[in-house]
Design a binder for this molecule. Structure first.
Ligand code: GTP
Length: 370
Protein backbone atom coordinates (compact mmCIF):
# COMPACT_ATOMS: atom_id res chain seq x y z
CA UNK A 1 0.00 0.00 0.00
CA UNK A 2 2.83 2.35 0.93
CA UNK A 3 4.59 1.41 -2.32
CA UNK A 4 1.49 2.22 -4.32
CA UNK A 5 1.14 5.58 -2.63
CA UNK A 6 4.82 6.40 -3.37
CA UNK A 7 4.32 5.41 -7.01
CA UNK A 8 1.18 7.53 -7.32
CA UNK A 9 2.98 10.41 -5.66
CA UNK A 10 5.95 10.05 -8.06
CA UNK A 11 3.64 9.94 -11.05
CA UNK A 12 1.83 13.02 -9.80
CA UNK A 13 5.12 14.88 -9.33
CA UNK A 14 6.19 13.84 -12.81
CA UNK A 15 2.87 15.05 -14.28
CA UNK A 16 3.24 18.42 -12.54
CA UNK A 17 6.80 18.71 -13.81
CA UNK A 18 5.73 17.86 -17.37
CA UNK A 19 2.94 20.39 -17.16
CA UNK A 20 5.50 23.08 -16.21
CA UNK A 21 7.86 22.08 -19.01
CA UNK A 22 4.99 22.04 -21.51
CA UNK A 23 3.95 25.54 -20.43
CA UNK A 24 7.52 26.80 -20.70
CA UNK A 25 7.84 25.42 -24.25
CA UNK A 26 4.42 26.75 -25.25
CA UNK A 27 5.23 30.24 -23.97
CA UNK A 28 8.44 30.28 -25.97
CA UNK A 29 6.74 28.97 -29.11
CA UNK A 30 4.07 31.66 -28.91
CA UNK A 31 6.77 34.31 -28.67
CA UNK A 32 8.56 32.79 -31.67
CA UNK A 33 5.36 32.85 -33.72
CA UNK A 34 4.86 36.49 -32.80
CA UNK A 35 8.38 37.60 -33.86
CA UNK A 36 8.63 40.87 -35.79
CA UNK A 37 11.37 39.88 -38.22
CA UNK A 38 14.47 37.86 -38.88
CA UNK A 39 16.65 39.76 -36.41
CA UNK A 40 14.14 39.50 -33.59
CA UNK A 41 13.72 35.78 -34.26
CA UNK A 42 17.48 35.25 -34.04
CA UNK A 43 17.63 37.31 -30.85
CA UNK A 44 14.95 35.09 -29.34
CA UNK A 45 16.67 31.87 -30.35
CA UNK A 46 20.21 32.87 -29.48
CA UNK A 47 19.64 35.13 -26.47
CA UNK A 48 16.20 34.79 -24.89
CA UNK A 49 16.22 30.98 -25.09
CA UNK A 50 19.22 30.87 -22.75
CA UNK A 51 17.27 32.52 -19.92
CA UNK A 52 13.92 31.03 -20.79
CA UNK A 53 15.13 27.42 -20.65
CA UNK A 54 17.90 28.09 -18.11
CA UNK A 55 20.64 27.00 -20.47
CA UNK A 56 24.32 27.87 -20.54
CA UNK A 57 24.48 28.46 -24.27
CA UNK A 58 22.52 28.19 -27.49
CA UNK A 59 23.98 27.69 -30.93
CA UNK A 60 22.32 27.80 -34.35
CA UNK A 61 23.71 26.15 -37.46
CA UNK A 62 22.04 27.05 -40.75
CA UNK A 63 22.50 25.57 -44.20
CA UNK A 64 22.99 28.46 -46.63
CA UNK A 65 24.05 26.98 -50.00
CA UNK A 66 23.38 30.13 -52.03
CA UNK A 67 24.59 32.71 -49.49
CA UNK A 68 21.00 33.90 -49.14
CA UNK A 69 21.39 34.46 -45.41
CA UNK A 70 24.81 36.03 -45.84
CA UNK A 71 23.12 38.63 -48.03
CA UNK A 72 20.03 39.10 -45.90
CA UNK A 73 21.57 39.36 -42.45
CA UNK A 74 23.19 42.51 -41.10
CA UNK A 75 26.93 42.22 -40.49
CA UNK A 76 26.68 42.24 -36.69
CA UNK A 77 24.58 39.06 -36.87
CA UNK A 78 26.97 37.37 -39.29
CA UNK A 79 29.76 37.83 -36.75
CA UNK A 80 27.85 36.28 -33.85
CA UNK A 81 29.83 33.32 -32.47
CA UNK A 82 26.57 31.45 -31.80
CA UNK A 83 25.49 31.58 -35.45
CA UNK A 84 27.17 29.29 -37.97
CA UNK A 85 26.30 29.40 -41.65
CA UNK A 86 27.37 26.49 -43.85
CA UNK A 87 27.48 26.52 -47.64
CA UNK A 88 27.74 22.69 -47.65
CA UNK A 89 25.35 20.30 -45.92
CA UNK A 90 28.16 18.02 -44.68
CA UNK A 91 28.43 19.33 -41.09
CA UNK A 92 24.67 18.97 -40.61
CA UNK A 93 24.54 15.54 -42.22
CA UNK A 94 27.36 14.41 -39.93
CA UNK A 95 25.32 15.40 -36.89
CA UNK A 96 22.18 13.49 -37.82
CA UNK A 97 22.89 10.93 -40.53
CA UNK A 98 20.10 10.02 -42.97
CA UNK A 99 17.11 10.41 -40.65
CA UNK A 100 17.32 13.61 -38.62
CA UNK A 101 15.74 13.45 -35.18
CA UNK A 102 16.42 15.18 -31.86
CA UNK A 103 19.65 13.96 -30.23
CA UNK A 104 20.51 14.29 -26.56
CA UNK A 105 24.26 14.06 -26.02
CA UNK A 106 26.49 14.19 -22.93
CA UNK A 107 30.19 14.04 -22.19
CA UNK A 108 29.40 11.46 -19.50
CA UNK A 109 31.16 8.64 -21.38
CA UNK A 110 34.26 10.76 -21.97
CA UNK A 111 33.51 11.74 -25.58
CA UNK A 112 33.38 15.47 -26.32
CA UNK A 113 30.15 17.08 -27.56
CA UNK A 114 29.93 17.27 -31.37
CA UNK A 115 28.83 20.94 -31.05
CA UNK A 116 29.77 24.01 -28.96
CA UNK A 117 33.40 23.68 -29.98
CA UNK A 118 35.85 25.15 -27.49
CA UNK A 119 33.23 25.57 -24.77
CA UNK A 120 33.10 23.57 -21.59
CA UNK A 121 29.56 22.31 -21.87
CA UNK A 122 28.71 18.79 -20.75
CA UNK A 123 25.35 18.00 -22.32
CA UNK A 124 23.33 19.28 -25.22
CA UNK A 125 20.09 18.82 -27.13
CA UNK A 126 20.69 18.80 -30.89
CA UNK A 127 17.48 19.89 -32.58
CA UNK A 128 17.28 19.27 -36.34
CA UNK A 129 15.39 21.90 -38.34
CA UNK A 130 13.68 20.30 -41.32
CA UNK A 131 11.53 21.99 -43.98
CA UNK A 132 9.93 20.13 -46.87
CA UNK A 133 12.03 17.07 -46.09
CA UNK A 134 15.34 18.99 -46.20
CA UNK A 135 17.62 19.46 -43.19
CA UNK A 136 18.01 23.25 -43.20
CA UNK A 137 19.64 23.77 -39.84
CA UNK A 138 20.30 22.63 -36.33
CA UNK A 139 19.54 24.36 -33.05
CA UNK A 140 21.65 23.39 -30.03
CA UNK A 141 20.74 23.84 -26.40
CA UNK A 142 23.81 23.45 -24.19
CA UNK A 143 24.31 22.95 -20.48
CA UNK A 144 27.27 22.72 -18.13
CA UNK A 145 25.46 20.00 -16.20
CA UNK A 146 26.03 16.56 -17.71
CA UNK A 147 22.64 15.38 -16.41
CA UNK A 148 20.59 18.05 -18.20
CA UNK A 149 20.14 16.34 -21.59
CA UNK A 150 20.47 12.61 -20.94
CA UNK A 151 19.01 9.82 -23.07
CA UNK A 152 16.30 8.98 -20.53
CA UNK A 153 14.67 12.40 -21.07
CA UNK A 154 11.64 12.67 -23.31
CA UNK A 155 12.10 14.75 -26.47
CA UNK A 156 8.40 15.30 -27.32
CA UNK A 157 8.43 18.99 -26.40
CA UNK A 158 11.69 19.58 -28.23
CA UNK A 159 10.32 17.86 -31.36
CA UNK A 160 7.40 20.25 -31.36
CA UNK A 161 9.68 23.25 -30.81
CA UNK A 162 11.83 22.08 -33.75
CA UNK A 163 8.83 22.25 -36.11
CA UNK A 164 7.88 25.72 -34.91
CA UNK A 165 11.45 27.05 -35.20
CA UNK A 166 11.78 25.60 -38.72
CA UNK A 167 8.56 27.25 -39.91
CA UNK A 168 9.43 30.56 -38.23
CA UNK A 169 12.88 30.63 -39.82
CA UNK A 170 11.50 29.90 -43.27
CA UNK A 171 8.87 32.55 -42.80
CA UNK A 172 11.38 35.12 -41.56
CA UNK A 173 13.71 34.51 -44.52
CA UNK A 174 10.82 34.87 -46.99
CA UNK A 175 9.59 38.07 -45.35
CA UNK A 176 13.08 39.53 -45.31
CA UNK A 177 13.46 38.64 -48.99
CA UNK A 178 10.18 40.39 -49.82
CA UNK A 179 11.25 43.41 -47.80
CA UNK A 180 14.54 43.52 -49.71
CA UNK A 181 12.74 43.24 -53.03
CA UNK A 182 10.54 46.18 -52.17
CA UNK A 183 13.27 48.41 -50.70
CA UNK A 184 16.50 47.55 -52.52
CA UNK A 185 17.64 47.99 -56.07
CA UNK A 186 18.40 44.56 -57.44
CA UNK A 187 21.19 45.70 -59.76
CA UNK A 188 23.29 47.84 -57.43
CA UNK A 189 22.15 46.33 -54.08
CA UNK A 190 21.71 49.80 -52.57
CA UNK A 191 18.33 51.22 -51.43
CA UNK A 192 15.82 52.05 -54.13
CA UNK A 193 13.89 55.28 -54.62
CA UNK A 194 11.04 54.25 -52.34
CA UNK A 195 13.51 53.45 -49.54
CA UNK A 196 15.26 56.77 -50.23
CA UNK A 197 12.10 58.77 -49.55
CA UNK A 198 11.45 56.77 -46.38
CA UNK A 199 15.03 57.26 -45.19
CA UNK A 200 15.01 60.98 -45.95
CA UNK A 201 11.69 61.52 -44.13
CA UNK A 202 12.95 59.57 -41.14
CA UNK A 203 16.24 61.47 -41.01
CA UNK A 204 14.51 64.87 -41.39
CA UNK A 205 12.30 64.02 -38.39
CA UNK A 206 15.27 62.80 -36.42
CA UNK A 207 17.34 65.89 -37.22
CA UNK A 208 14.37 68.09 -36.30
CA UNK A 209 14.28 66.46 -32.87
CA UNK A 210 18.03 66.36 -32.24
CA UNK A 211 19.00 69.64 -33.91
CA UNK A 212 21.82 67.86 -35.78
CA UNK A 213 22.61 68.91 -39.36
CA UNK A 214 21.47 66.68 -42.22
CA UNK A 215 23.02 66.60 -45.69
CA UNK A 216 21.77 65.31 -49.00
CA UNK A 217 24.07 64.58 -51.94
CA UNK A 218 22.84 63.89 -55.45
CA UNK A 219 25.29 62.03 -57.67
CA UNK A 220 24.84 61.71 -61.44
CA UNK A 221 27.18 59.74 -63.71
CA UNK A 222 28.55 61.76 -66.61
CA UNK A 223 28.00 60.74 -70.23
CA UNK A 224 26.69 57.40 -69.09
CA UNK A 225 24.79 56.89 -72.33
CA UNK A 226 28.16 56.83 -74.10
CA UNK A 227 29.35 54.01 -71.84
CA UNK A 228 26.31 51.95 -72.80
CA UNK A 229 26.69 52.82 -76.47
CA UNK A 230 30.43 52.13 -76.58
CA UNK A 231 30.84 49.09 -74.33
CA UNK A 232 27.34 47.66 -74.23
CA UNK A 233 24.55 47.62 -71.66
CA UNK A 234 26.06 44.85 -69.45
CA UNK A 235 29.20 46.97 -69.03
CA UNK A 236 26.97 49.95 -68.18
CA UNK A 237 25.32 47.78 -65.51
CA UNK A 238 28.71 46.83 -64.13
CA UNK A 239 29.77 50.49 -63.91
CA UNK A 240 26.58 51.34 -61.99
CA UNK A 241 27.15 48.42 -59.61
CA UNK A 242 30.77 49.26 -58.91
CA UNK A 243 30.15 52.97 -58.43
CA UNK A 244 27.29 52.22 -55.99
CA UNK A 245 29.34 49.73 -54.00
CA UNK A 246 32.40 51.97 -53.96
CA UNK A 247 30.39 54.90 -52.62
CA UNK A 248 28.72 52.60 -50.09
CA UNK A 249 32.08 51.51 -48.75
CA UNK A 250 33.26 55.10 -48.41
CA UNK A 251 30.37 56.11 -46.17
CA UNK A 252 29.27 55.33 -42.62
CA UNK A 253 26.87 52.50 -41.80
CA UNK A 254 24.33 55.10 -40.67
CA UNK A 255 24.37 56.90 -44.04
CA UNK A 256 21.88 55.91 -46.75
CA UNK A 257 23.09 55.17 -50.27
CA UNK A 258 20.14 55.02 -52.67
CA UNK A 259 19.61 54.64 -56.39
CA UNK A 260 17.38 57.57 -57.24
CA UNK A 261 16.96 56.80 -60.93
CA UNK A 262 18.81 55.27 -63.90
CA UNK A 263 22.31 56.69 -63.38
CA UNK A 264 21.57 58.92 -60.43
CA UNK A 265 22.23 58.17 -56.75
CA UNK A 266 21.11 60.03 -53.62
CA UNK A 267 23.15 59.94 -50.41
CA UNK A 268 21.49 60.87 -47.13
CA UNK A 269 24.08 61.77 -44.50
CA UNK A 270 22.67 62.21 -40.99
CA UNK A 271 24.55 64.36 -38.48
CA UNK A 272 26.68 65.87 -41.25
CA UNK A 273 27.08 69.61 -41.78
CA UNK A 274 27.89 71.61 -44.92
CA UNK A 275 31.67 71.50 -44.64
CA UNK A 276 31.87 67.76 -44.03
CA UNK A 277 29.30 67.05 -46.74
CA UNK A 278 31.39 69.00 -49.25
CA UNK A 279 34.57 67.18 -48.19
CA UNK A 280 32.81 63.82 -48.58
CA UNK A 281 31.37 64.80 -51.96
CA UNK A 282 34.78 65.91 -53.18
CA UNK A 283 36.45 62.72 -51.93
CA UNK A 284 33.81 60.59 -53.72
CA UNK A 285 34.18 62.64 -56.91
CA UNK A 286 37.96 62.31 -56.94
CA UNK A 287 38.12 58.64 -56.07
CA UNK A 288 35.46 57.57 -58.56
CA UNK A 289 37.23 59.51 -61.32
CA UNK A 290 40.32 57.38 -60.62
CA UNK A 291 38.42 54.10 -60.48
CA UNK A 292 39.28 51.78 -63.36
CA UNK A 293 36.52 49.25 -64.02
CA UNK A 294 37.61 46.11 -65.85
CA UNK A 295 35.89 45.54 -69.18
CA UNK A 296 35.79 41.72 -69.19
CA UNK A 297 34.29 41.50 -72.67
CA UNK A 298 36.83 43.79 -74.32
CA UNK A 299 37.98 42.79 -77.80
CA UNK A 300 41.68 42.03 -78.30
CA UNK A 301 42.44 45.64 -79.32
CA UNK A 302 39.57 47.15 -77.33
CA UNK A 303 39.59 49.19 -74.13
CA UNK A 304 40.29 46.89 -71.15
CA UNK A 305 39.23 49.38 -68.50
CA UNK A 306 36.46 51.93 -68.28
CA UNK A 307 36.36 55.05 -66.11
CA UNK A 308 33.57 57.45 -65.27
CA UNK A 309 33.16 60.86 -63.64
CA UNK A 310 30.41 62.29 -61.43
CA UNK A 311 28.48 65.54 -61.29
CA UNK A 312 27.18 66.26 -57.81
CA UNK A 313 24.79 68.53 -55.95
CA UNK A 314 24.99 69.02 -52.20
CA UNK A 315 22.58 70.58 -49.77
CA UNK A 316 22.49 70.74 -45.98
CA UNK A 317 19.76 71.46 -43.46
CA UNK A 318 20.61 72.80 -40.03
CA UNK A 319 17.40 72.66 -37.96
CA UNK A 320 16.65 75.89 -36.13
CA UNK A 321 14.89 76.21 -32.81
CA UNK A 322 11.78 77.42 -34.59
CA UNK A 323 11.50 74.18 -36.59
CA UNK A 324 7.87 73.12 -36.53
CA UNK A 325 6.94 69.48 -36.38
CA UNK A 326 4.83 68.59 -39.38
CA UNK A 327 6.96 70.57 -41.82
CA UNK A 328 9.24 67.56 -42.48
CA UNK A 329 7.68 67.05 -45.91
CA UNK A 330 8.58 70.53 -47.04
CA UNK A 331 12.16 70.21 -45.78
CA UNK A 332 12.60 66.88 -47.61
CA UNK A 333 11.23 68.37 -50.84
CA UNK A 334 13.50 71.42 -50.56
CA UNK A 335 16.55 69.27 -49.90
CA UNK A 336 15.79 67.22 -53.01
CA UNK A 337 15.15 70.29 -55.17
CA UNK A 338 18.37 71.98 -54.05
CA UNK A 339 20.56 68.89 -54.49
CA UNK A 340 19.04 68.37 -57.92
CA UNK A 341 19.79 71.96 -58.80
CA UNK A 342 23.38 71.38 -57.65
CA UNK A 343 23.68 68.49 -60.13
CA UNK A 344 22.23 70.69 -62.86
CA UNK A 345 24.84 73.39 -62.18
CA UNK A 346 27.64 70.82 -62.12
CA UNK A 347 26.56 69.46 -65.50
CA UNK A 348 26.34 72.99 -66.88
CA UNK A 349 29.79 73.79 -65.52
CA UNK A 350 31.33 71.01 -67.61
CA UNK A 351 30.67 67.95 -65.33
CA UNK A 352 33.05 66.14 -62.94
CA UNK A 353 32.46 68.72 -60.19
CA UNK A 354 30.40 69.47 -57.08
CA UNK A 355 28.02 72.37 -56.40
CA UNK A 356 26.57 73.32 -53.04
CA UNK A 357 23.14 74.94 -52.98
CA UNK A 358 22.06 76.90 -49.96
CA UNK A 359 18.73 75.59 -48.67
CA UNK A 360 17.69 79.02 -47.41
CA UNK A 361 18.24 80.80 -50.71
CA UNK A 362 18.21 78.38 -53.63
CA UNK A 363 16.84 81.00 -56.06
CA UNK A 364 19.67 83.42 -55.41
CA UNK A 365 21.98 80.71 -56.64
CA UNK A 366 24.39 80.94 -53.75
CA UNK A 367 26.14 77.93 -55.13
CA UNK A 368 29.66 76.94 -54.28
CA UNK A 369 31.69 74.93 -56.72
CA UNK A 370 34.52 72.58 -55.81
N1 GTP B 1 23.31 49.90 -68.42
C1 GTP B 1 22.31 50.60 -67.87
N2 GTP B 1 21.98 51.81 -68.36
C2 GTP B 1 21.01 52.50 -67.79
C3 GTP B 1 20.30 52.00 -66.68
N3 GTP B 1 19.38 52.93 -66.32
C4 GTP B 1 19.50 53.96 -67.16
N4 GTP B 1 20.49 53.72 -68.06
C5 GTP B 1 20.94 54.55 -69.17
O1 GTP B 1 21.57 55.72 -68.68
C6 GTP B 1 21.61 56.66 -69.77
C7 GTP B 1 21.43 58.06 -69.23
O2 GTP B 1 21.60 58.92 -70.29
P1 GTP B 1 21.45 60.50 -70.20
O3 GTP B 1 20.25 60.83 -69.33
O4 GTP B 1 21.46 61.03 -71.57
O5 GTP B 1 22.68 60.99 -69.37
P2 GTP B 1 24.23 60.89 -69.64
O6 GTP B 1 24.55 60.16 -70.89
O7 GTP B 1 24.86 60.37 -68.39
O8 GTP B 1 24.62 62.39 -69.85
P3 GTP B 1 24.82 63.49 -68.72
O9 GTP B 1 24.00 63.10 -67.53
O10 GTP B 1 24.28 64.72 -69.34
O11 GTP B 1 26.25 63.58 -68.42
C8 GTP B 1 20.48 56.26 -70.72
O12 GTP B 1 21.08 55.84 -71.93
C9 GTP B 1 19.82 55.08 -70.04
O13 GTP B 1 19.41 54.09 -70.96
C10 GTP B 1 20.66 50.70 -66.19
O14 GTP B 1 20.08 50.18 -65.22
N5 GTP B 1 21.67 50.06 -66.81
Amino acid sequence: MENLSTTVNDLFQKAVQNEQILRRYQQFELKLLDHAGFEELLDMLLRNAVDHFQLDNVELWLYDPQDTLVELLPENYLNLPELHLFSKSVPLDQLYGKHPSVRLVTTGDGTPLPVFEGEHLRSAALIPLVRHGVLVGSLHFGSRGHQRFTLDKSTDFIDHLASIVSVCLENAVNLERLHRLSMYDMLTKVKNRRAFHQALDKEVSRAGRSGDPLSLLFVDLDYFKQINDTYGHPMGDKVLKEVAQYINEMLRKTDHVCRYGGEEFALVLPNCGQQRAMEIAERIRQQISQLMIANDDAEEDGCKEVSVTLSMGVCCWLPMNDFEEGSEDDIAKELIACSDQGVYLSKAAGRNCVHYIDLAEPETNSSMKV
